[in-house]
Design a protein around this ligand. Structure first.
Ligand code: SF4
Ligand code: SF4
Length: 206
């Protein structure tokens, strides 16, 4: 998988195959950013200093907390707050903050860069193609919802039926970002997160 600038000058990807994973897309973004370097340290309009929500996903929080359930519980209680995602209608955790993200340094860099949330990893501050934005939102939604679902599994007694329902999301209990994009797209379809018109476009090769 490759991330590139398409004919319209938008950030895009070449193709999704049956075996493409979220991690492959993240690796492709890293390669793209090496060739199209962002100068965050000199940026006067930092995306990390905007009032918008910084959304936290399960893999990010688990990694920051060294996969310790008690530390995850404390992190969620101390640093995050639950907010509804109005567009896709599910609950997600966002950072408690005013304007700046709590993890941005004085020199405009991310102090948790290696463990930063999936939404930050997928963000590129250039014009993006529609389908790049669609896949970015679907991946984000699956991993964000997974954090809330895992919190339910940890803290609340739930029946096997509810557990089976929760585990339909392929990102639930994921140890990393190696989930298949195909599985995320299928789950997004089941949840009504994906416009039928967008489905075909996601799989078209550039
Ligand atoms: S990623 Fe954010 S901080 Fe870095 S250059 Fe882009 S807008 Fe600025
Ligand atoms: S977690 Fe890091 S990359 Fe994400 S908004 Fe905060 S400072 Fe920026």
């Amino acid at each position: 998988m490759k991330v590139l600038l398409d004919d319209e000058g938008n950030v895009n990807y070449d193709k999704i195959t049956r075996s493409s994973t979220v991690q492959e897309l993240l690796d492709a973004i890293d390669i793209f950013l090496k060739d199209n370097e962002l100068h965050c340290d000199k940026c006067e309009d930092s995306c990390c200093k905007k009032p918008w929500a910084v959304e936290f996903d399960n893999v990010c929080v688990n990694t920051l907390c060294n996969w310790d359930n008690n530390a995850v519980r404390d992190f969620i209680q101390d640093k995050l707050v639950m907010k509804e995602n109005f567009f896709k209608q599910f609950d997600q955790y966002v950072l408690k903050k005013d304007a700046n993200c709590n993890f941005v340094t004085k020199t405009n860099l991310c102090s948790i860069y290696e463990q930063r949330p999936i939404i930050c990893r997928l963000f590129i501050c250039s014009a993006k193609s529609h389908r790049y934005n669609v896949i970015r939102e679907l991946i984000g939604a699956a991993y964000l919802e997974a954090l809330v679902s895992e919190e339910k599994i940890r803290n609340i007694y739930i029946t096997h039926t509810i557990l089976d329902m929760i585990k339909r999301n392929p990102a639930v209990l994921a140890k990393d970002y190696s989930v298949l994009l195909d599985d995320i797209i299928l789950y997004a379809q089941e949840e009504g997160w994906l416009d039928v018109d967008d489905l075909q476009e996601l799989y078209q090769a550039l």
